[in-house]
Design a protein around this ligand. Structure first.
Ligand code: 3HC
Length: 378
């Protein structure tokens, strides 16, 4: 089957970006949301991003218009999916919202259409069973910003037809991205299994060590070679996304994450990060903005606990054969922009020191218990 028409459901941070890169690869794209104001905002963001890419000579001025015009914003669901070969669902990370969307979608979509969910944490098999055709259902997990991040996790559910996995992996490659197969449908898949718990850990570090967010973030950026600090990245991703991912992950597996109450507090106060002007940090508006981090601030903090938590979850993924170590390194590099592989950092910091730190933290819960793969590295 040749995919030509793509419909993206949900025009938020991920939805508008996925629509944009699909439009940039020559697909006819429909972007669907439930209110015009959401679609208007999304199309504004697409314009901003295309103009940025043209400023950097990655695309021409003519392409800005061409790609923009390849996207049709639509509110009516039936109209949105009438010609679709592939529907990519990127609605909020809430099981009940997704359940309703798939119920409505099943009524109006034709039988050949492939459903791909951009869920960040929900089990694909569970979602696929909500639909009329689980064999044509798959996870395609993009990373924020989809326009720049090269990774897409591809997650087949237990009923997904292997030909669909193949087709979707080729679609991802056609977008200029690297598909990495998540071999088991585990909560958080590969990258979020590492990333989401780190946001909570960064807040615990602040509590335990009584240092500022900028100091922790600077250490993460300059000592762990992340492109952004953890608080900065959480604000950039959206506190609502972090909160909902946390809920879905911890309701399915208590050991995967140690939720810190601060995330729920921010969420309840609608301090959703950069998009609302306030999250962990304060912002001037809802536009792309960076936090002032420095090597000087980094020198004041030892981020061993943060590295330990990342390594421990990474070790779990490898020891449970969700992915190979090589795929893990690629995924973190392409999905989160890590400039140094985690296990290289482990050698630099000292595996024994990291394990000791995790053991010290075990008083706070089993979450910190060092994984056998990590222990075997000593
Ligand atoms: N489209 C086009 N250009 C964009 C853009 C977009 N969407 N977003 C940012 N840019 C531009 C910036 O405006 C900037 O342009 P300028 O040079 O004119 O100012 C340029 O890209 C480079 O940005 P920065 O100077 O801020 O520098 P960086 O080199 O740090 O790159 C980044 C930005 C790619 C966002 C990088 O910081 C990064 O990789 N951050 C980590 C992102 C990450 O971890 N994402 C995954 C989160 S987890 C997730 O998404 C999963 C979900 O399920 C939770």
């Amino acid at each position: 089957m040749v995919l030509k028409n793509i419909t993206v459901l949900g025009s938020g941070i991920m939805g508008h970006g996925i629509a944009q890169i699909s439009a940039m690869s020559g697909y006819r794209v429909v972007l669907r949301d439930i209110e015009k104001q959401f679609l208007d905002k999304a199309m504004e963001k697409v314009k901003w991003s295309l103009q940025k890419l043209s400023e950097k000579n990655k695309i021409t001025n003519a392409q800005v218009d061409e790609y923009y015009n390849n996207i049709t914003p639509v509110i009516d669901l039936k109209e949105a999916v009438k010609d679709a070969d592939l529907v990519i669902e990127a609605v909020p990370e809430d099981y009940n919202i997704k359940k309703n969307v798939y119920r409505d979608l099943d009524i109006v979509s034709n039988n050949n259409v492939i459903y791909a969910s951009n869920t960040s944490t929900l089990p694909i098999t569970e979602l696929s069973k909500l639909t009329k055709n689980p064999s044509k259902f798959i996870g395609v997990h993009f990373f924020n910003p989809p326009q720049l991040m090269k990774l897409v996790e591809v997650i087949p559910g237990s009923d997904t037809d292997p030909s669909i996995t193949n087709e979707i992996s080729n679609f991802v490659k056609g977008l200029g991205k690297t598909p990495i197969l998540c071999k088991k449908d585990v909560v958080g898949f590969i990258v979020n299994r590492v990333f989401i718990p780190l946001v909570h850990e960064a807040v615990y570090c602040q509590d335990r060590d009584n240092v500022t967010m900028q100091i922790i973030d600077s250490a993460v950026k300059y000592k762990l070679a992340f492109p952004m600090g953890i608080f900065e990245l959480a604000d950039y991703t959206g506190i609502d996304v972090i909160y909902k991912a946390t809920q879905e992950m911890s309701s399915r597996d208590k050991k995967v994450i140690l939720p810190h109450p601060k995330i729920k507090e921010l969420y309840d106060r609608k301090q959703l990060g950069q998009k609302s002007g306030q999250g962990f940090y304060q912002y001037k508006g809802d536009k792309y903005e960076r936090i002032d981090l420095s090597e000087e601030k980094a020198s004041k903090y030892d981020p061993t606990a943060i590295l330990g938590v990342a390594l421990n979850n990474a070790s779990w993924l490898i020891s449970n054969e969700v992915c190979t170590k090589e795929d893990l390194d690629n995924a973190l590099n392409l999905g989160m922009g890590l400039k140094t592989n985690l296990f290289e950092l482990a050698n630099k910091f000292g595996v024994q020191k990291i394990v000791n730190e995790l053991k010290k933290l075990e008083i706070y819960g089993e979450f910190y218990h060092p994984n056998e793969y990590l222990l075997a590295l000593k």
